[in-house]
Design a protein around this ligand. Sequence first.
Ligand SMILES: C[S@@+](CC[C@H](N)C(=O)[O-])C[C@H]1O[C@@H](n2cnc3c(N)ncnc32)[C@H](O)[C@@H]1O
Length: 263
Amino acid sequence: MTAGRLTARSFPLPEPVREACLRVRRALGDRGAGPNPAWIAALTGARRREVVDVLAELSDLVPLAEQIRHRHLAAGRTFYAQIGAPFDLYAIVRLTRPRHVVEAGVSSGVSSAHFLAALRRNRRGTLHSIDLPTRQHGPVLRRGESVVSLPPHLATGWAVPEPLRAGWDLRAGPAQRLLPQLVDELDSVDLFLHDDLHTPRHLAFELATVGPKLTGGGVALADNVNWTGRSFFRYAAHRGARVVRRGRTNLVGFAVPAAPAAL
Ligand SMILES: C[S@@+](CC[C@H](N)C(=O)[O-])C[C@H]1O[C@@H](n2cnc3c(N)ncnc32)[C@H](O)[C@@H]1O
């Protein structure tokens, strides 16, 4: 891949796969969460056929999506500023088979649950998540409180069903302190998702921190880049990578180019 930017537009899916995407989206209760196959293909280098095969698996995620939705509703809210592309995350993990996925920003755990489901199906790999939670003060969200604050008596990642939690490395605290420690412990970061504090400085810090362990074939993703200025684009250019935007959304990613072979 060369440096530059690309907007991934979707490609058509066979009817049964479209139906699977529709069902899982409805089960989660997020109309905008349908996957973008072209974005997935551009980031993973997978052929269309491979992307289609992985998206066909989404019908198996319907029970998970239903559970997450029920947990959200039971806690009194339908929206926790969760990522708008959970099924794309699932597909990227299935196609790239990472050993270590690192995410900054968990909230109720929509992105985490889909990473964990994909890793489980891969039968390899670990999800490492960092989150500094904020708390809702009363039983209902008051004006001025963040939509990602935790409802009373719940902990970070509370919408992730118990069977998926085994082996999940979930760390509570500021990414400013925890991310450097975590990255030190890992021999690689194969997939990184920034979805926590959306400031240019913080995103630049996170990319600089994971960067040395993010090697050829690895993927970096950042949500809400409308709030983080040039940070993601600058870092991708520094790595000689092309940023791919997910349709018209503010979710972007790049695949790390393989290092040139030594002479
Ligand atoms: C947008 S939400 C994450 C949504 C999640 N990825 C999902 O798909 O459900 C952002 C989360 O990042 C947390 N956060 C904010 N600043 C942080 C920081 N400095 N370090 C770690 N987490 C932080 C917030 O408390 C919140 O839980």
